[in-house]
Ligand binder design. Structure first.
Ligand code: MN
Length: 401
């Protein structure tokens, strides 16, 4: 139990969580660990209680900490847990707890990769776009398909999303203008640390030494731009204008009791992706998508075919190195049911069945002024308190062009 007032054992931001963030704290962004609704000033706490760790957390971003080995991440987490538990250090630590103000992106994003790891999503998109072909691409069950995205446009939750502008084909005509099919993608993101050398792959069994933590992602997508540009090289301007992430990075270790077995694999896996003999890497995260205050979907992350460990093993199998602050996202999380899809494209059947919202409003894609909130949590079970991942929000604003 923690001595922090108001934080009981069942609090979703209790001692089992302790996510990292960057908040405005005495007028400048500082790294904090969240407990309840308070942030612990990490630089100040380390300066007093763990001076050797202080240089890793004294700046506004997590990257110096991410560059350290996973054993150091675990040492810091254990130290923070002790500080928030031990009454004898309470007089030192309690003055360093403050209400959480404005949040900032807590890490400088290195490379950003987006996967396509939900079989339900990939096959639904295949059925919508290629009704006469097999719904999954040939390689889909042999490797986690992904692409390299644009890290410079990864923004923190709350950042307004300017409607993207570009080229599309309507009938036989080429048009240029603001996207008419702006969509969301509800995803889970993984923040990497403990960089590797060129040529050195990350084995499945070592993934936990490089995955620092987990966040929520809204990978905004302009479907009209995407549909016209994507053959043969894949997503480009339809994706690169903005990707929003939640402000809290939940340490991977906080998910120890939330591991689940991934779905059965019906195609044999090559050795570097074969996880049958390893601890399960599925995560029991429940997502919820809200559009203008109405819940429109509840995507289940345990239904994902590929795990984060497999995504990382695949991302590095060619010898590509990773750097502290790299981010990869799971791809749209969709479940088997119609109300579990992680994109409007699926929920509205690309406009064939517009969503009905309260007040007689309908939506196939996003309008200017629309607000999207994606929340995530590990649900409570007997003996396991709920774990909150926070939320990633964004309001669409009109194109500047
Ligand atoms: Mn995506």
């Amino acid at each position: 139990m923690t001595w922090v007032p108001g934080v009981d054992a069942g609090h979703p931001y209790g001692l089992h969580n302790l996510p990292y963030g960057a908040v405005s704290y005495r007028d400048s962004p500082r790294l904090v660990v969240r407990i309840g609704d308070l942030g612990l000033d990490l630089a100040a706490a380390c300066a007093r209680l763990a001076p050797d760790l202080a240089p890793l957390v004294s700046g506004p971003v997590l990257n110096p900490l991410l560059a350290a080995p996973a054993a150091t991440w675990r040492r810091l987490r254990a130290a923070v847990t002790e500080w928030l538990t031990d009454e004898s250090v309470r007089p030192v630590v309690e003055p360093l707890l403050e209400p959480i103000g404005q949040t900032h992106l807590p890490f400088e994003v290195g490379d950003y990769v987006d996967f396509y790891a939900s079989e339900h999503h990939a096959s639904a998109i295949g059925r919508i776009l290629r009704p006469d072909s097999p719904s999954l691409p040939e390689a889909w069950k042999h490797l986690p398909i992904g692409y390299h995205g644009r890290s410079g446009t990864v923004v923190v939750s709350g950042t307004p999303i300017v409607r993207p502008h570009g080229q599309r084909r309507v009938g036989g005509e080429i048009e240029v203008g603001p996207s008419l099919r702006l969509d969301i993608e509800a995803e889970v993101g993984f923040v990497l640390g403990a960089g590797t050398r060129l040529g050195e792959p990350v084995a499945l069994a070592d993934a936990a030494e490089h995955v620092f933590g987990v966040c929520l992602v809204n990978d905004w997508s302009a479907r009209d731009l995407q549909a016209w540009e994507y053959v043969p090289l894949g997503p480009f301007l339809g994706k690169s204008f903005a990707t929003s992430v939640s402000p809290w990075v939940v340490p991977l270790d906080a998910f120890d009791s939330a591991r689940t077995a991934p779905p059965p694999r019906d195609v044999p896996l090559v050795s570097y992706l074969d996880d049958a003999a390893l601890p399960p890497w599925g995560l029991d995260i429940a997502l919820e998508i809200e559009l203008n205050g109405a819940v429109i979907s509840r995507p289940p992350f345990p239904a994902m075919y590929w795990t984060a460990a497999q995504m990382l093993a695949h991302l590095t199998v060619n010898g590509a190195s990773i750097r502290p602050g790299d981010l990869f996202a799971s791809g749209t999380v969709s479940g088997p049911e119609p109300d579990q899809a992680g994109s409007l494209m699926e929920l509205s059947q690309i406009g064939r069945k517009p969503l009905e919202l309260p007040g007689g409003v309908t939506r196939s894609f996003l309008e200017d002024g629309d607000e999207v909130v994606i929340r995530g949590r590990v649900p409570a079970t007997p003996g396991r308190p709920e774990l909150a991942l926070g939320e990633v929000t964004g309001v669409v604003v009109a194109s500047l062009q």
